[in-house]
Design a protein around this ligand. Structure first.
Ligand code: ZN
Length: 379
């Protein structure tokens, strides 16, 4: 991948180009941010740029032998480490699956990777054996490139095994570049953090994401705008949302609010059954839509002059609801939906989740946080 194919993050690209020209490329870096902001895409583009035989002023050439191999994830001097399933496994055991996974896009997250491994309910790991493999691979001479590049995706999965890499991070073999990628800094050992140049990735700006969706998902301008708002800077979320039918999602959301408000179990049950039949991406799209709706409602609540990013029909429903609700109730609903997204990503039973959420939503819609708290403390 070339820098030009990485969505946005222009400052980071400029930093690499400048560092390369000055001959001061850091030998150990930590790209910090969601995969959906482009950390893996940038790592691949940087590896290609470092190894390219004919780089231009601002990018790799994209044509030479080195570029083509990095782009296809088969360059013998670009090594990938990623979470695997099984205590004795190494990334080397999963290369065919990894190449298949990345061929579907470099903005996917670790849950997408587990799905690709048919291990959705399992917890991945970067094992002791994998750390040994890293040390071994880097002790060998490079095959054909000017550098050896080690990309560790989801470095938070290293855990304490990261201690095994401290020495090599401190004093890597000549012409070796470490690129660690992580979504959360807290899970990385301080001893590793202190040895890496930390490069934070920001969410993709909303107009850039809108344009990206128009080009790549062939959405019209209005739909692309709405999806870009919902995706909050994450390319993968935006692409998943674009695959859903937004009107359908909005209708389902308003139905749920109406049923939860009434609180009749007999009516909620068939709705929950219908929801449970949706695939996980659709369930997530529903929750993201709900989150967007509620955030817009909170802003409207605070300032009725706020420019609302909802379609006309939804805007009307939102303003009616807003007048009945307290600020605290709306915030409670936002928390509830955020929790639901967390659980759906971890494959919880969606029927149980939505039945429970419907009850909690019922109390919130009636501004009865106190009853809700009592309910929660006894459950
Ligand atoms: Zn090239």
């Amino acid at each position: 991948m070339q820098f030009s194919q990485v969505v946005a993050q222009e400052e980071i690209k400029e930093y690499f180009i400048h560092s390369d020209k000055q001959n001061r490329m850091p030998h150990a870096m930590l790209f910090l941010g969601a995969t959906g902001y482009g950390t893996l895409a940038m790592a691949n583009a940087l590896a290609q740029y470092i190894l390219c035989d004919h780089k231009t002023e601002t990018d790799s050439c994209g044509q030479c032998n080195q570029c083509r191999k990095v782009d296809r994830f088969i360059h013998p001097d670009v090594h990938y480490t990623f979470p695997t399933i099984g205590s004795k496994m190494t990334s080397g055991d999963f290369l065919p699956q990894w190449r298949k996974f990345v061929s579907h896009g470099l903005y996917q997250d670790v849950q997408d990777w587990y799905r690709c491994l048919d291990g959705e309910n399992k917890q991945g790991n970067i094992t002791k054996d994998e750390c040994d493999r890293i040390l071994k691979v880097l002790s060998l001479k490079s095959y054909e490139g000017s550098h050896k590049i080690m990309i560790i995706w989801m470095a938070e999965f290293l855990g304490d095994q990261g201690n095994r890499l401290l020495k090599i991070l401190e004093e890597p073999p000549e012409n070796t570049v470490f690129i660690l990628l992580a979504e959360s800094q807290e899970a990385i050992l301080n001893t590793i953090l202190s040895r890496c140049q930390i490069i934070p990735f920001k969410p993709i700006e909303y107009p850039v994401l809108q344009e990206y969706l128009q080009d790549h998902a062939k959405l019209d301008k209005d739909s692309a705008m709405q999806m870009a708002f919902l995706a909050r800077g994450n390319v993968q979320t935006a692409l998943s949302l674009a695959q859903q039918n937004n009107d359908k999602v909005a209708g389902l959301w308003l139905d749920w609010l109406r049923l939860a408000y009434k609180g009749y179990g007999l009516e909620i049950n068939p709705w929950v059954d219908q929801f449970a039949k949706l695939n996980r991406e659709s369930q997530k799209a529903f929750m993201y839509y709900g989150l967007h709706f509620l955030r817009e409602m909170l802003l409207f609540h605070l300032n009725p002059g706020h420019d609302i990013h909802l379609l006309e029909k939804e805007k009307l429903a939102m303003s009616k609801m807003s007048s009945l609700l307290t600020h605290q109730s709306i915030e409670g609903m936002i928390l509830l939906i955020e929790e639901n997204i967390f659980h759906i990503e971890r494959n919880i039973n969606s029927k149980i989740l939505l039945l429970d959420s419907s009850i909690r939503m019922h109390y919130l819609l009636h501004n009865q946080e106190a009853s809700l708290k009592a309910l929660l403390s006894t459950s």
